[in-house]
Design a protein. Structure first.
Length: 423
């Protein structure tokens, strides 16, 4: 269970109420027209789980593996990392997951040294099937591990991409196992498609419960039982000039990768030119408490009042580690924390900071997990996707297009061609 609470500054006016009704209608239309397909993934992807489990049971390389290596950038990787980060503590026996997401030669070399080919399944994930960085890293993996895609290593390489993409044709040519992503699901919305479900299922995570939590949130939203999402969206859309930034403050290390996924989701979806030709969008910021509390709180409280703040916290960490009653000479003030669990300490700090910010009438809300579990992880993914769709409609932009993506890639390719000519 997740509890959502608006703290201060979110009261909608008549204009916002009209906007809410219009935006919800547009989201319903997006679902019914299949313009955006992520709404259906929680139910449709259950078939993928069944198929993956059956394939894994019949594949000797998968049964003998202890590592899942995911080669992919952005939406091909971040959502999977977000879920793994929230759930890893519950799965001590899950296969290790290593993500190749940045063509940094130092990190690539380090990760290569961590992998034994005979114990690893390699997943190459690219919706377009042409992502330059992904293909470069895939080439490096093939070369470093001397992968024989025609014979011995065919079963340890799996492709996840659009049906009919260049990567899909490549996989067909070599007889590689392939899973496809629906065409109407953009990469940053694809976490609950094969892009995330296949690697997580292969690693041993309970993806059925993950999808169940997501499915419940989708159903409640379209039944009109999650009004708070639209209220939050309306405030952010109508006050994006005054509050152009949203700071997501997660009070657990488990939210580190989630913050990265959220930043891609918002930046790529909401940074657009609207129907009137105006540049618009909301800037996402992701912080971890209590670490960033010791820096970012100063900025929030006494810096520009241009941020909304969303706290994510965990009620029960399912870990009762206590701060021991050890007396530290010359540090008598430290005794105040003795006897508390670390979960209680971080919870008190989160509540205190939230109250301080809220009293300053800075728009603040809290998202409280009763615990970090599969259904909650699925729910929070869909929550932020729905929030993004609503804000996009309220800003009168196309939330799902990526007009900068192709021009940027063309320019990179041109630079690479020029570099090759020089060489």
């Amino acid at each position: 269970m997740i509890t959502y609470e608006m703290k201060s500054g979110w009261i909608p006016g008549d204009e916002e109420n009209e906007l809410i009704s219009e935006a919800i209608g547009k989201v319903i239309e997006e679902r019914e027209s299949a313009k955006a397909g992520y709404f259906n993934l929680p139910d449709d992807s259950k078939m993928i789980v069944t198929e993956v489990n059956a394939y894994a049971a019949s594949s000797k390389p998968i049964k003998n593996s202890d590592t899942i290596a995911v080669i992919g950038v952005g939406g091909a990787s971040l959502g999977t990392q977000a879920i793994e980060g929230m759930l890893r503590h519950k799965y001590p026996n899950a296969k290790r997951m290593i993500f190749f997401e940045n063509p940094d030669p130092i990190r690539l070399s380090e990760k290569f040294s961590m992998i034994r080919k005979e114990k690893t399944i390699f997943l190459i994930v690219s919706k377009s099937g042409t992502t330059i960085e992904t293909m470069a890293m895939f080439k490096a993996v093939i070369g470093h591990f001397d992968l024989d895609l025609k014979n011995d290593d065919r079963e340890r390489v799996i492709a996840i991409t659009d049906d009919g993409s260049p990567l899909c044709r490549f996989a067909d040519h070599f007889g590689l196992k392939t899973y496809t992503i629906p065409r109407n699901v953009k990469g940053r919305f694809s976490t609950l498609s094969a892009a995330g479900i296949v690697p997580l299922a292969l690693a041993g995570y309970d993806t059925c419960s993950l999808l169940q939590g997501a499915s419940k949130m989708v159903r409640r939203f379209f039944e009109g039982n999650e009004e708070h999402i639209a209220l939050k969206a309306a405030f952010m859309a109508t006050h994006n000039g005054s509050y152009p930034m949203n700071l997501l403050f997660g009070y657990s290390n488990a939210f580190f990768s989630f913050n990265r996924w959220y930043k891609q989701l918002w930046a790529e979806s909401l940074g657009k030119i609207d129907r009137c030709g105006n540049r618009t969008g909301l800037t996402p910021m992701g912080q971890i408490g209590t670490v960033d509390q010791h820096s970012i709180l100063q900025l929030i409280m006494q810096g520009p009042r241009d941020k909304t703040v969303t706290f994510m916290k965990v009620k029960d960490f399912e870990n009762d580690m206590k701060i021991p009653k050890v007396s530290l000479e010359m540090l008598p003030g430290s005794n105040i924390v003795s006897g508390f669990t670390f979960g209680e300490l971080i919870d008190i700090e989160c509540d205190t900071v939230c109250e301080m910010i809220s009293k300053e009438e800075i728009p603040t809300d809290t998202i409280t997990f009763d615990y970090l579990g599969e259904e909650n992880a699925g729910e929070i993914i869909v929550y932020f996707q729905l929030l993004t769709s609503l804000i996009g409609n309220m800003l009168y932009i196309d939330t799902y297009e990526q007009p900068i993506d192709e021009p940027a890639e063309r320019q990179i390719i041109e630079k690479l061609k020029q570099g090759k000519e020089i060489k």
